[in-house]
Design a protein around this ligand. Structure first.
Ligand code: X8Z
Ligand code: ZN
Length: 605
């Protein structure tokens, strides 16, 4: 028995001394439920760990033609699905939940978690579940086993990203962008299959579709979630419209193109999906790519760890460094790995890992902070008060927000100076710095809250026909990002599927949109209330009060209601106000810069 159960049973026994009969009955039920939860959790953690280990191999060691990992993942997934989706567990849990007023809130939350998990794997549709598992593994292997080539030579995604960030020759840019999208062609059939299978599995337990299922984890309906995302977009739209106009003209100039296009050609932007344009701007005096090029990749990970430690968090366990997969697979290696960044809570206990392809540049510097945010979240809620079933974020957006906030903080000037990554007395252009940040944080919103969220909504809720995948993707890109493909992209391509999350993190991308709004709320609170520093020029380093503020949010995991937690921590509801305030000074600057330029996005969306 784990210590938290002992504590819990003890307190129940104390309660059971009460004399009224109903109380005694209640306590008997609560004890029975606790016993059930204990047994369930024991088995759950074991199967969860087996599955994580198998999936870890599938994502870190992809060898063409080798089916060992796929087989192992299939076996572990089926064992996990058979248990979590079993009729017995579903019926028992439902029965207990019918009497939820007799149970403690934390018991109710765990039972709800059990039912939620069951809906992903109901035994009644075991065959569908098994097919879905197979299709998921196949899709991951196709996506990350893909051999990217440019001019007939192999190239890594990091290599493509570098070209898109730095190359000024438009023909070379086009070739790199096209190379980055080839992978999608091969993923369409799998995505069609997965859409059907994902929908069918959750429908068996009464959810309308997979998107509705994922949204329900926030205790929200789909219209509520779509509304929240739309509001984020309309709030930042005036600023985005300025950035869009600015980027069209500045990039045309940079590439030596006379006629400024109405919409941004996708291959002009310094990111494969146009989700982050910050590499467009060089701020004199702050050249992070150059400063980091002098460091080893390992320094970036260790530095992110040092930042968390400085706030009062523990060191990462030795096993983190032994077991993680932090650096890219060499081009000549006989295996490939998932090239997107992720963090893993393997056993819901102490085995925490990260999967990255860190090279010493500014993007990865930010990403190491992001991933360690997940890892420190895991470590914080792995405590005796939070049962394994509730070891998750207050909601999924909280999980994404923490590390992104630390990434933002780690990019600010006083912090960089403190680290010696820039000269302490450098005079920099603050407006340019702010512009660079807006090209990251503001630009991301139309992509995440608009393109990704609506595409997946249409995919799962509206059963978007496969012969419209690419058409819809580009319609949305044009509407929200003001971005168009370099040339007609027919349905032989599936450009949406070149984005990792469409394949392996389905129907959840609004997490990131919400997390950006949230991170500015948290950052604003930290800067103004705790540090009493300008939110645009903070240095959190070494501040234990900031650490304590964060720990208060992280430690309860999913045992707290997220709306209450947010209100308690910041006094506010989730909204874009802090983010807007942060970037407001850019408006007059951009309006001036855009004087006489033609705006091609509508004033309102
Ligand atoms: O996927 C991620 C993280 C993984 S946990 C690196 N992010 C989104 C993306 O890359 O598309 C972080 C922000 C956006
Ligand atoms: Zn993340």
């Amino acid at each position: 028995m784990k210590p938290y159960y002992l504590l819990f049973v003890f307190s129940l026994l104390m309660l059971s001394c009460s004399t009224t009969t109903t109380k005694t009955e209640d306590n008997t039920l609560a004890l029975e439920v606790q016993q059930y939860l204990d047994t369930y959790t024991n088995q759950y953690v074991k199967l969860y760990y087996d599955l994580s280990l198998a999936q870890w191999e599938t994502n870190t060691h992809i060898v063409e033609g080798d089916t060992t990992n796929a087989y192992r993942t299939q076996v572990a997934s089926e064992a996990f699905a058979n248990f979590t989706g079993s009729k017995e567990n579903i019926e028992k849990t439902r029965k207990y939940l019918e009497q939820k007023e007799k149970l403690t809130p934390i018991q109710v939350k765990q039972l709800e978690t059990i039912l939620y998990q069951a809906a992903n794997n109901p035994q009644t549709v075991a065959e569908v579940v098994s097919k879905r598992i197979k299709a998921e593994t196949q899709q991951t292997e196709k996506l990350f086993g893909f051999n990217y080539t440019l001019d007939g030579k192999p190239i890594t995604p990091n290599g493509i990203d570098e070209i898109l960030r730095e190359e000024k020759n438009i023909t070379k840019r086009l070739a790199a962008w096209q190379a980055s999208k080839e992978v999608g062609k091969n993923l369409k059939a799998g995505l069609v299959d997965l859409r059907g299978l994902r929908n069918q599995t959750v429908q068996a337990l009464g959810y309308k579709d997979y998107f509705t299922y994922q949204v329900s984890e926030y205790n929200m309906t789909v219209p509520e979630m779509m509304e929240m995302n739309k509001k984020l977009i309309s709030d930042i739209w005036p600023l985005y419209r300025e950035l869009h106009t600015y980027a069209r003209y500045e990039l045309a100039n940079k590439y030596g193109i006379k006629e400024v296009p109405e919409m941004l050609p996708a291959h002009w932007l310094p990111n494969r999906w146009g989700q982050d344009w910050s590499a467009m701007i060089d701020v004199e005096g702050i050249n992070l790519d150059e400063a980091l090029a002098k460091k080893e990749a390992e320094w970036l990970v260790k530095q992110a760890e040092r930042f968390y430690i400085s706030l009062g968090f523990d060191s990462l366990p030795a096993s983190f460094y032994e077991k993680s997969s932090l650096y890219p697979a060499p081009v000549e290696a006989n295996y490939k790995k998932n090239n997107h960044a992720s963090a893993w809570h393997m056993d819901l206990q102490q085995d925490v890992r990260s999967l990255m392809s860190v090279i010493p540049n500014a993007d990865w510097y930010e990403t190491t902070h992001h991933e360690l945010g997940h890892v420190y979240y895991y470590m914080s809620y792995t405590n005796s008060e939070v049962p394994p079933l509730l070891r998750g974020g207050a909601n999924r957006a909280f999980h994404e927000a923490v590390g992104s906030m630390m990434g933002l903080a780690a990019m600010q000037k006083p912090f960089l100076a403190n680290l010696g990554l820039i000269e302490p007395n450098t005079k920099t252009d603050e407006t340019k710095e702010l512009l660079k940040e807006a090209l990251n944080y503001i630009v991301f919103i139309p992509f995440s809250a608009g393109v990704m969220t609506e595409f997946e909504h249409d995919l799962y809720v509206n059963n978007l026909p496969p012969d419209q995948f690419n058409k819809r993707w580009w319609e949305l890109s044009q509407k929200y990002q003001g971005m168009v493909p370099p040339a007609e992209r027919g349905e032989e391509y599936t450009d949406a599927a070149s984005k990792t999350h469409i394949n392996d993190d389905a129907a959840q991308y609004y997490d990131y949109a919400l997390s950006f709004a949230l991170l500015f709320q948290l950052h604003d609170h930290v800067a103004t209330t705790i540090l009493k520093q300008n939110p645009k020029a903070t240095n959190y380093y070494g501040n234990k009060e900031v650490g304590n503020f964060l720990k208060k949010i992280l430690t309860p995991g999913a045992s707290r209601n997220w709306r209450e937690l947010l209100k308690e921590s910041t006094g506010k509801e989730l909204n874009a106000e802090a983010m807007l305030n942060y970037f407001q000074p850019l408006m007059p600057y951009l309006k001036e810069a855009n004087k006489g330029r033609k705006y091609t996005l509508p004033e309102k969306i």
